[in-house]
Design a protein around this ligand. Structure first.
Ligand code: CTP
Length: 388
């Protein structure tokens, strides 16, 4: 930690990192301790806090070089403009900058400061230097700042920092693969203000994108209308209708080595969409629906050496219907889920799935778990197929 007001948030970060399974040691610049007390950090991390490069007692506990060697990742949150400048210039005038110079571990840096300090050409040049050197820079976010200004300079959400650490420490088992993933519902307009839509939240597809990127894959995520943040390291293309999703998928298909169609694509769209808002009237409004293209089947037709994975959203005879879809659509795997259950499937954080394929008799059951965990199991299976 360096000395900015956002240091108070990093106290909670210590806990979140521990909950994610990491061992955490805290080191701070001397100024950080003007914002938070060493006792708070020591109690949360369960370890002595280091802040003084020349302290006899701290150095006897663990020397700054041992600390630099011990760390698998160094995360600086918040990173002030001053610390960024010291890091960019390789200074070793206090403990944090010195450890960053001595360590071989990857460095993740979360800038947080006043907007004018952030936008200053000196800070921008320093960030540029650090990025070129391979430092992972996360944020800052834009919004209301503690100093009263509005703009870029907020520390990003702590979950994003945990995810960044997670990414840096992940084994790049999918490096070299290019994933094309679709997520969310599609929306089919009836008029300028009304749409036909379904209950998909996009969470399963976003979890797949996040996990694939974490494992080193290049990821293109084609997303229907959802309110989810873009996972780090993912290239996102927003679409509204099934036709737009098809265009985006076919355009990105060329480079893809794996396609996962987690989107809940509307099977039908209104034959015509009114140019103006339909007015209320006394008579019925009859809407004629026409079929949308089946994007998955189209992708499977152009499969080549790609691995193609579809989803099956079912409300009855889940396995039977999913097996049929595997054969009809011609994909390698079908991930079947029961979308009639309130506890898993559409619009909740958890899912229970059966991964079927390449033969209809090959089934991997993934019991109810978070969508992130389910995504990990699906990607394990995809990797098995890619290696075979
Ligand atoms: N899918 C697609 N394009 C469509 C409809 C579905 O690409 N127009 C894909 C979905 O993304 C999913 C798979 O096909 O990967 C199965 O979707 P699902 O809704 O379960 O099945 P449908 O093919 O629509 O068949 P049905 O609605 O009759 O179950």
């Amino acid at each position: 930690m360096s000395g900015g007001i956002a240091a108070y948030k990093s106290c909670e970060l210590v806990r979140l990192l521990q909950q994610a399974g990491h061992e955490v040691r805290v080191m701070t610049t001397p100024n950080a301790l003007r914002f938070v007390s060493p006792l708070t950090l020591q109690t949360l991390s369960g370890r002595p806090v280091r802040s003084d490069l020349f302290s006899h007692s701290e150095e006897s506990e663990i020397s700054h070089i041992e600390l630099a060697d011990w760390a698998e990742v160094v995360l600086i949150a918040p990173a002030t403009a001053g610390l960024l400048a010291r890091l960019a210039h390789g200074m070793a005038d206090e403990l944090v900058a010195t450890v960053c110079l001595a360590t071989r571990a990857p460095l993740v840096v979360a800038p947080a400061m006043n907007v004018n300090m952030y936008e200053h050409p000196a800070t921008q040049a320093n960030l540029d230097t650090l990025a070129k050197r391979g430092v992972h820079i996360v944020g800052p976010d834009t919004g209301e700042l503690a100093c009263g200004w509005e703009g870029a300079g907020r520390l990003v959400a702590l979950e994003q920092l945990v995810a960044a650490v997670d990414r840096v420490t992940a084994e790049p088992t999918l490096a070299g693969e290019v994933f094309l993933i679709t997520a969310g519902p599609t929306e089919e307009p009836l008029d300028p203000v009304r749409v036909l839509v379904n209950r998909s939240s996009g969470r399963m597809g976003f979890a797949l994108g996040e996990e694939a990127a974490r494992r080193g894959a290049e990821v293109v995520l084609v997303a229907g209308p959802v309110s989810l943040p873009t996972p780090a390291g993912v290239d996102r293309i927003d679409v509204q209708t099934a036709a737009q999703m098809q265009d985006a998928v076919l355009q990105a298909l060329g480079r893809a080595t794996v396609v996962i169609k987690a989107a809940a694509v509307a099977d039908y769209r209104p034959e015509t969409s009114e140019g103006q808002k339909m007015k209320r009237g006394a008579s019925d409004w009859t809407i004629r629906l026409v079929p949308n293209p089946d994007i998955l089947a189209e992708v499977a037709r152009r499969k080549g050496s790609r691995t193609v994975v579809g989803f099956a959203a079912e409300t009855q005879d889940v396995l039977g219907n999913a097996r049929q879809k595997l054969e009809q659509k011609g994909c390698d795997l079908i991930v079947a889920n029961d979308v009639s259950r309130p506890d898993v499937g559409f619009n909740v954080d958890r899912n229970e799935v059966w991964i079927i394929g390449p033969a209809t008799s090959e089934v991997v059951h993934v019991p109810a778990a978070t969508k992130r965990e389910v995504a990990a199991r699906i990607l394990d299976r995809v990797r098995e197929l890619r290696r075979a």
